[in-house]
Ligand binder design. Structure first.
Ligand code: ATP
Length: 349
């Protein structure tokens, strides 16, 4: 995508603004972002279901943004995958090949091959109403990939499934995609889904791409405070302050160490909840952030402590803790675990 924009309502609604993105051959690329940020519109432009207001879209060297969906060799699977109810699973899967005029013997072969890949051989003779939700979703995936599309587009395909099935289908989809080595663009607002499946994730907000990175880098090096505040559950804690000589003065008595000085005066210091410690005693460091414990939630895998620091809530994830609500506590962290953002919210160090 080269500088692709999409406007609706005579320009009043900016669904996408200057998207620049290159998806590699065989890559699993995820569009991740909050509701209304423009993920679906971006996907529909790749599919050919929307025309860009501006910019260019290429498949390899072939410019496709003026082409009909049928001329792009893409397959798209939606959240509300509609199977033809009066056709069997076999007929549903076979349908795209029939349309293409492929002879019956080859159709049979490809249906068998695709059904095996998706583990629905046993269901081929059933009607869609007679099979489970997961099997229906597998059928719609089979119908999409049987044409051997050059690009596979998926828009929240798992959101209608229950939690257990969603997890199962997540790893199946990932397996399928890497077995077929098919270039895939996947839309979701679910971070876990994005992180577990994506080779790279394009994080979107208000029609623009904020960062494109692999899951590890996105978590470890969010380039802006917006991304830092979006990725992670709970997300990164951000402390605003005035930076001078290697320390950041927060309002009140709190002073934080930072790694690198910057020219900018107002900065934000970011620390992941799991990189913070919470103590009822005075810490051994010569600095700490003071606050009052609001809640302590034992979540099994870890304990989530929520601390009120001058009216702002800070999340801390610890393996165990003896702190209790309403207690005065000290929060500390290793300076190398902190991120420094400038006054514009851009990562400095
Ligand atoms: P969600 O996760 O809720 O599906 P999204 O990130 O996929 O959201 P889009 O559906 O791409 O977002 O919508 C982006 C913006 O464009 C929204 O403000 C939406 O209202 C607007 N929009 C999308 N399609 C149209 C349309 N056909 N006409 C007018 N506005 C539209």
């Amino acid at each position: 995508m080269r500088s692709v924009s999409k406007y609706f309502d005579g320009g009043d609604t900016v669904a996408n603004y200057k998207l620049d993105l290159e998806v590699e051959d065989g890559e699993f690329l995820v569009f991740l972002g909050p509701s209304g940020c423009g993920k679906t519109t971006a996907l529909r432009m790749i599919a050919g279901l929307e025309t860009p207001s501006d910019g260019e879209i290429y498949f390899d060297d072939d410019r496709v943004d003026g082409k009909q969906p049928a001329d792009r060799n893409v397959a798209m699977v939606f959240q509300n995958y509609a199977l033809y109810p009066h056709m069997t699973v076999r007929e549903n899967i076979e349908y795209p090949l029939k349309i293409q005029g492929i002879p019956p013997e080859e159709r049979d072969e490809r249906v068998a091959e695709t059904a095996e890949l998706l583990h629905i051989e046993e269901q081929l003779g059933s009607d869609p109403a007679e099979i489970s939700g997961g099997q229906r979703q597998r059928t719609s995936l089979a119908r999409a990939i049987i044409r051997k599309p050059s690009v596979f587009l998926l828009d929240e395909p798992l959101s209608n499934l229950d939690a257990k099935l969603r997890l199962e289908m997540r790893s199946e989809l990932k397996r399928l995609q890497s077995e077929l080595d098919i270039t895939t663009v996947y839309v979701t607002h679910n971070q876990e889904e994005a992180m577990s499946m994506g080779d790279r994730i394009a994080v979107m907000n208000q029609g623009t791409i904020r960062q494109v990175a692999d899951p590890e880098e996105l978590y470890r090096r969010p380039q802006t405070t917006w991304v830092a505040d979006f990725i992670g559950s709970p997300p990164m804690n951000l402390f605003e302050g005035i930076q001078a000589d290697g320390t950041v003065d927060l309002a009140g008595e709190n002073e934080l160490p930072t790694k690198t000085p910057t020219a900018s005066e107002t900065v934000s210091v970011g620390v992941r909840p799991e990189d913070m410690s919470v103590d009822s005693d005075s810490p051994e460091t010569d600095w700490a952030i003071r606050g009052t414990v609001e809640t302590v939630e034992p979540l099994g895998e870890y304990v989530l402590v929520n601390v009120d620091v001058d009216g702002k809530f800070v999340n801390v994830k610890v393996p165990t803790t003896d702190v209790e609500p309403e207690q005065q506590v000290s929060l500390t962290f290793e300076p190398e675990d902190a991120y420094l953002y400038d006054g514009d919210g851009e990562l400095v160090a």
